[in-house]
Ligand binder design. Structure first.
Ligand code: HEC
Ligand code: HEC
Ligand code: HEC
Ligand code: HEC
Ligand code: HEC
Ligand code: HEC
Ligand code: HEC
Ligand code: HEC
Ligand code: HEC
Length: 422
């Protein structure tokens, strides 16, 4: 059997010659391939013509081996400006904003091309973009609408998973706000410019930006990245149900469903708003100042009555839980054993949480039934607390009596000793 030592010499020599030739060939070709006169020249130019090497080296396209000429055309092998930026060599000249989507789509809407790099990357950005207000505006000749580079940047484009990307979930609201919070830029349009400032007050911003909870929505979660609405959602106003499933299911079977659709009222947004969604409290329900129900219901109508009833129920359970909690706390601090009752009280709290979800069916009886379960538990816990406290009092009296008896005994012994001594 032949080993590598016993291989015939001529083969070995041929292999060495081949390798050397290959190395030489690569050495000759490599600088030519890497030559990029565009970058050499433009990195020395002032803004807006300057493109620095340190910026472009961060760009995903540079990482994938693409360069200036892949987007701009031209001949990066020539040092002379006229030859490098020659129309004959395919140089495209200045890229106007309206041309940007087509330019990017030249590759990104070509599945066969994109597959060579990343088979999992979507290739529908341009199709989606055409359905968005941005795309429609641009098609109608309005160059102020967002194009690909407004959201993705130019020359330092990064995948959205990169925390420094302008479209990373944590940064995207700032990217949209560059236009949508700029009253001057948006002056021509009759839409509000408060989306970002309102969103910043919301529970969603709080969860995503402050607590790093990536399951909370940012602008593009609700509005879609490229399209008018995220895939599978008929309208942006319906997007809430993709995450808040229970509330949405209850709403679907509620007496609000039919009249809201008939009047074209969005389900969740009618009561919670869209951008500045706050943490709801019991004040939102009922007929008080901050209640949403009074927007549509008037004194005495069935909705008004139901709202008052639900509010009352929630209030009752809240107070019962608070009273039970207080007495159990006192009992515990006095050294009484109330662990089980405290555990049971957690169930009553769960019932309260459940009732706040059940509200979305807008049926007073269903809320009442959640409340009743919780109220019975909390009332039982209160009784346990009371019993523990009277037990404590009983023990204290017992202890008092024993102490008194001992004191009397001590005094008696003292007197007896005195008597003996005298
Ligand atoms: C020798 C320097 C030099 C080289 C090499 C060079 N450029 Fe330029 N480029 C310039 C200057 C100067 C301008 C601005 C003057 C002009 O418009 O002609 C410019 C303009 C541009 C513009 C903007 C046009 C506009 O009107 O906004 C683009 C895009 C551009 N170059 C791309 C390239 C690309 C791609 C390459 C390589 C294939 C390249 N350049 C090579 C110097 C150079
Ligand atoms: C992924 C595609 C892409 C690559 C790669 C790319 N560019 Fe650009 N470049 C653009 C687009 C799109 C614009 C127009 C930006 C806009 O107005 O939104 C542009 C604009 C420019 C401009 C004009 C700036 C101005 O404001 O007039 C210059 C100059 C330029 N690029 C040079 C370069 C150079 C040099 C490189 C390589 C280092 C390069 N580009 C790589 C897409 C690209
Ligand atoms: C010459 C072809 C080409 C052009 C033109 C082009 N791209 Fe790309 N782009 C690519 C390739 C290849 C990748 C790498 C895909 C991968 O491997 O993930 C990429 C990646 C990206 C990514 C990152 C995708 C991800 O999440 O992984 C973004 C964003 C992007 N391009 C945006 C743009 C924008 C915006 C333009 C127009 C200014 C543009 N591209 C123009 C070829 C191109
Ligand atoms: C209004 C802002 C906006 C515009 C305009 C926009 N994008 Fe995007 N793009 C995004 C966001 C946001 C993401 C996804 C971020 C994520 O996955 O969390 C994204 C993702 C991408 C990706 C990664 C693959 C994917 O689809 O998730 C590519 C590629 C891309 N965009 C290309 C383009 C191209 C090409 C255009 C122009 C036709 C464009 N984008 C226009 C905001 C925008
Ligand atoms: C370059 C500026 C710019 C950027 C960046 C931008 N937009 Fe826009 N957007 C516009 C303009 C201009 C309109 C058109 C306003 C109109 O027609 O009412 C618009 C329209 C919209 C609309 C439709 C408003 C309506 O009329 O109902 C939505 C929704 C929207 N943008 C969301 C976003 C989101 C989300 C982002 C960030 C991912 C974003 N935009 C980034 C400029 C921008
Ligand atoms: C929780 C979902 C959600 C989030 C997050 C969200 N939006 Fe909206 N947005 C909506 C809904 C719902 C509407 C009402 C549209 C409708 O009824 O079709 C709306 C409307 C808009 C409009 C139209 C004008 C207006 O104010 O009514 C713009 C522009 C807009 N949003 C931009 C943004 C921007 C920018 C962000 C991020 C700062 C953002 N949105 C975050 C759900 C959301
Ligand atoms: C992408 C998923 C997602 C979408 C879409 C979404 N939400 Fe949320 N929502 C969350 C998350 C996550 C929280 C934070 C829960 C927490 O505080 O831990 C939240 C919190 C809330 C809260 C506060 C709950 C509380 O107990 O404080 C309300 C109210 C709310 N969302 C309503 C809406 C409405 C209305 C919409 C549609 C306009 C909507 N959400 C769209 C994920 C989503
Ligand atoms: C008719 C008004 C109304 C509508 C419509 C409505 N809600 Fe509510 N929602 C409320 C009230 C009132 C509360 C406060 C309950 C409490 O804390 O007492 C609430 C509380 C919430 C909460 C926090 C408490 C919980 O349930 O855990 C979320 C999340 C929520 N709603 C989501 C939604 C979603 C999603 C929709 C659409 C399917 C929706 N809401 C539709 C009135 C409404
Ligand atoms: C955007 C308007 C609107 C808001 C806000 C609203 N409702 Fe209604 N509600 C209606 C309409 C319309 C009907 C059907 C007509 C009717 O019976 O008054 C209705 C019906 C009802 C019904 C069924 C009444 C019956 O006939 O049996 C109940 C219960 C109800 N609402 C409770 C509430 C509660 C509780 C709130 C506050 C959390 C609330 N609604 C907020 C518009 C609204």
């Amino acid at each position: 059997m032949a080993t590598w030592q016993s291989r015939p010499a001529p083969h070995c020599a041929g292999w060495i010659v081949g390798t050397v030739a290959l190395v030489l060939l690569t050495a000759v070709l490599a600088p030519a391939q890497a030559k990029n006169s565009c970058l050499d020249c433009h990195s020395a130019l002032p803004a807006p013509l300057g493109v620095s090497e340190s910026t472009f080296s961060q760009d995903i396209h540079a990482h994938k081996g693409l360069s200036c000429a892949n987007c701009h055309g031209g001949d990066p092998g020539k040092d002379d400006a006229d030859q490098a930026m020659s129309r004959k060599a395919g140089w495209k000249g200045k890229i106007e904003r309206v041309q940007v989507p087509q330019l990017c789509a030249g590759c990104h809407s070509n599945p066969a091309y994109m597959r060579q790099f990343n088979p999992t990357l979507r290739t529908d950005q341009l199709d989606q973009y055409h359905t968005s207000v941005h795309g429609k505006r641009l098609a109608a000749g309005d160059a102020r609408a967002a194009v690909c580079t407004d959201c993705h940047s130019v020359h330092d484009i990064r995948p959205s998973s990169d925390p420094r990307s302008s479209v990373n979930p944590v940064n995207v609201a700032h990217t949209c706000a560059r236009c949508h919070a700029d009253a001057g830029y948006m002056k021509a349009y009759k839409i509000p410019v408060n989306q970002f400032s309102a969103y910043r007050t919301s529970v969603h911003y709080d969860a995503l930006a402050l607590r790093g909870d990536l399951s909370a929505p940012t602008c593009t979660t609700c509005h879609g990245n490229h399209g008018a609405a995220p895939p599978g959602v008929a309208s942006v106003a319906n997007v809430c149900s993709t995450c808040h499933v229970f509330q949405a299911q209850l709403f679907e079977s509620s007496p609000h469903k039919a009249p809201f659709s008939a009047a074209g009222l969005p389900a969740c947004v009618s009561c919670h708003g869209n951008h500045g969604i706050l943490h709801p409290t019991d004040e939102l329900i009922g007929t008080g100042d901050k209640a949403v129900c009074t927007q549509c219901h008037t004194s005495g109508d069935p909705g008004w009555v139901a709202a008052e009833q639900m509010k009352q129920n929630l209030g009752q359970l809240t107070t019962t839980i608070a009273r039970a909690d207080q007495i159990l706390g006192r009992a515990e601090r006095s050294g009484m054993e109330v662990t089980q009752a405290k555990l049971d009280l957690a169930q009553a709290r769960d019932a309260l949480t459940k009732a706040r979800v059940t509200i979305h069916g807008f049926r007073a009886a269903a809320v009442e039934s959640d409340i009743r379960a919780g109220r019975d538990t909390a009332a039982r816990d209160y009784q346990t607390g009371e019993k523990a406290m009277s037990e404590r009092n009983y023990r204290r009296i017992g202890l008092g009596i024993s102490l008194l008896a001992i004191a009397l005994m001590v005094i008696a012994i003292r007197l007896y000793i005195n008597q003996i001594e005298s």
